[in-house]
Design a protein around this ligand. Sequence first.
Ligand SMILES: Cc1cc2nc3c(=O)[nH]c(=O)nc-3n(C[C@H](O)[C@H](O)[C@H](O)COP(=O)(O)O)c2cc1C
Length: 252
Amino acid sequence: MILYFSATGNTKYIAELLADKIGDECVDLLNRIKKDDYTPLHSEKPFIICAPIYVCEMPRFMGRYLKNQEFTGSRDVYCIFTSGGYTGIAGTLAKGIFRRKKMNYKGQAEFGMPRNYIISDHYPLNDREEVIRRIEDSRQKTDAVAESIRNGERLKTRYVFLFEKVVTLPFNPVWVKYKQQTKKFYTTDKCLGCGKCAKLCPLNNIRMTDKRPEWIKSCAHCMACIGNCPVQAIEYGDKTQNKVKYTIDKYL
Ligand SMILES: Cc1cc2nc3c(=O)[nH]c(=O)nc-3n(C[C@H](O)[C@H](O)[C@H](O)COP(=O)(O)O)c2cc1C
């Protein structure tokens, strides 16, 4: 069973390709995460968890969800990470989560996908040519990963240096506290009041008031709201005006 969270489509794209190649079902975790729905998940085939990388880790809300989720049937689990190029300590943390569940962590595969963090100065978006190249390279890589999983092989896991753990563990919460604020989100007059942004927010952090979204508290900056707005009406401070808000389907 392939389980994924995807804010702007990269992880969904890889998850669905793998599901097709492995011949397994693909489950979007968004609504389970939003509703704290921990109904046990059962599969006789390995569990394959697909996640984007946020600040060198799997999204913390996804880690929390996986810790609480019960998995029955197969005890094997793989992780698939999509990132802009650096997955940090995501694999180490995922291994810990599944070992505590007495599951057999069979390694991870990493896909360097287009960057989606449009509101950050630290992760500038890729140009169109690079976006298309990354999508194509990743699509090709799914063949080898699917074959290894079909054969029950371990996926080769990148060595994570001690300094990466020492730097990332305290860095992530500091970044989240000071850099992932919501006060700069706003909508322009184009906003239709459709509420899609609220539906896609994994943290239920957007409230619709008088048909306009309001960002309530600090969020994960996942980019689901800003990227998926049907009329590109969501902006963040002065960082996003006149820029294409990334979702993979604008390039497929
Ligand atoms: C809040 C945030 C933090 C990110 N941090 C990293 C990072 O540490 N390293 C990296 O390579 N890419 C980082 N990225 C890029 C995403 O991991 C990458 O674009 C991912 O494929 C997006 O997946 P999605 O389209 O399924 O949401 C970050 C993106 C966001 C929104």
